[in-house]
Design a protein around this ligand. Structure first.
Ligand code: FAD
Length: 468
């Protein structure tokens, strides 16, 4: 017998959705969450857990929801994720892609169940160990930095997080629009870290207000760099200097912090990742026409599938298999058109995705008032000095030891987008757990050794006692 259909979230009307920066859906009720959890097959070897970079015990919390124990479902999530409520909204849910039900039917709505666990479960602040002497400076209050802060403060280390912004959350507050992630959701998670003893220093920028040496002189025993990757990559085509070629990061940050954003009527966005989709959907909400130009197909697009679907429903014009070749301007040196060429897919490239190949003679023009490149980003590391001793990779990301997260400078660790390049929240969290463990090993090697030594099981079990 086929399983019951997936329980669908309820949405506000499409017309209203297109005009509001409020969250457009309501999440599950308790009853709906229990019903959806009831579809889970509780596999013996759950592929969903392996598919999650942070190995969240999905099966266990889905089971807790099925039993109506939302407190336990929240607790299980919070053990691995310092910001479970945010992930209940924006996680790309690699777990759902591997859900066994998904082979023939719709997979379990795992992300929605995580959201329900956080909506209805009691938030219990994790216990922290007694304060130690060692102090750790964390630069960047995004998912990576907050994860390291969480893991270290739990172990008793004194943690100070520095960020150039006036608030914590990184891209979750300065990039992802409010209609996908309401700000009060993240605030609750950050507040919990404050309660646990994490200190925050806002409006402090490494490379401007201080540098790595300053932190060492100030007596920090280890430093963590989690500064993300928000420097837009250039398209490397003619016309990028024109007025009206705008920065995706700057527009998203202006929208996120509710600063005035003056967008023209017709916007062309290059790329089809989360950044591109978020800008396109925001522009629609401001009453603008937004067109996405993407050189591959929907199948290869890096944005979350449901975001692409929602963008399409809201009226974003997504042109697949199209690449810009030149940005054309008017007499005022302002963008007026993008000349594009149609593509077809060839053999797979290094990323495993089929390489787009231009179709000769298929050039055409898209009239536009603004062009926003959103093809990729890299970390902003121009502040690094040669004698800082931080090696970079050929992708201009920070090189780190794969097992400890330590950079080429002893005592300086890194994780998240500044190491991985643009990735996802859950991947950054997973890597940051590893780096926090690396910092712990660096600062307290004997204790770390003890914690990681698996005591040998005696040959006979249970071992013999004197009474035997
Ligand atoms: C628009 C957009 C939408 C996205 N959508 C999704 C999604 O739906 N799902 C998903 O999983 N992922 C999504 N991502 C990716 C995800 O947000 C990132 O992978 C993740 O936030 C990276 O975490 P991080 O901690 O490494 O860096 P960030 O979140 O970028 O945080 C870095 C922090 O470092 C600070 N910083 C930078 N330079 C300095 C400096 N010199 N001094 C002090 N502080 C500094 C920044 O202010 C920032 O707070 C999206 C990204 C963007 C841009």
């Amino acid at each position: 017998m086929p399983p019951p259909p997936r329980v669908k979230r309820k949405y506000i009307s499409l017309e209203e959705r297109k005009t509001t920066f409020r969250e457009p859906d309501f999440g599950y009720t308790r009853e709906e969450a229990i019903e959806e959890a009831g579809r889970c097959l509780q596999c013996k070897k759950p592929a969903c857990v392996n598919a999650c970079p942070a190995h969240v015990p999905v099966k266990d919390y889905v089971n807790a929801i099925l039993e109506g124990d939302f407190d336990e479902a929240y607790r299980i999530n919070r053990c691995t994720l310092p910001m479970p409520s945010s992930l209940g909204r924006v996680c790309p849910a690699f777990c759902e892609q591997k859900c066994i039900l998904g082979k023939k039917f719709e997979p379990i709505a795992i992300r929605d169940l995580k959201r329900a666990a956080c909506d209805y479960g009691k938030r219990v602040t994790p216990a922290v160990a007694p304060k130690r002497e060692e102090r750790v400076a964390i630069i960047g209050a995004g998912p990576a930095g907050l994860t390291v802060a969480n893991d270290l403060v739990i172990r008793g280390y004194q943690v100070t997080v520095y960020d150039r912004l006036e608030t914590a959350g990184g891209t979750l507050v300065a990039g992802i629009p409010t209609f996908r992630l309401p700000r009060e959701i993240l605030k609750q998670d950050v507040h919990m870290l404050e309660e646990m003893g994490v200190e925050f220093q806002f409006n402090e920028s490494i490379g401007k207000d201080f540098d790595l040496d300053t932190l060492t002189y100030q007596g920090y025993d280890a430093i963590f760099l989690g500064i993300g990757a928000m420097d837009p990559k250039r398209l490397n085509i003619t016309g990028e200097h024109l007025k009206g070629v705008a920065s995706a990061a700057a527009i998203l940050a202006d929208l996120a912090f509710q600063r005035d954003v003056d967008l023209p009527d017709r916007i062309s966005i290059i790329g089809c990742g989360n950044v591109a989709i978020d800008i396109a959907r925001s522009a629609i909400r401001l009453g603008k026409e937004s067109t996405i130009l993407y050189r591959r197909t929907l199948k290869e697009a890096p944005a979350n599938d449901d975001e692409i679907e929602e963008a399409f429903e809201e009226g974003v014009d997504i042109k697949y298999l199209v690449a810009p070749i030149v940005i054309l301007g008017n007499e005022d040196e302002h963008v007026s058109e993008v000349e594009c060429i149609r593509m077809e897919l060839g053999e797979p490239d290094d990323s495993g995705r089929r390489r787009p190949v231009p179709i000769p003679g298929s050039e055409f023009k898209v009239p536009t008032d603004m062009v926003i490149p959103a093809v990729s980003q890299s970390p902003q590391l121009e502040w690094l000095k040669l004698d800082d001793g931080i090696e970079l990779t050929r992708w201009s990301t920070i090189w780190t030891n794969e097992e400890t997260g330590e950079s080429s400078r002893e005592g300086v660790f890194a994780a998240g987008d500044d190491v991985l390049g643009p990735s996802t929240v859950v991947e950054c969290i997973a890597q940051a757990h590893m780096a926090a463990d690396g910092i712990h090993k660096h600062l307290s090697p004997e204790e770390w050794e003890k914690e990681h030594t698996i005591e040998e099981t005696p040959e006979e079990w249970p071992p013999k006692t004197e009474d035997d």
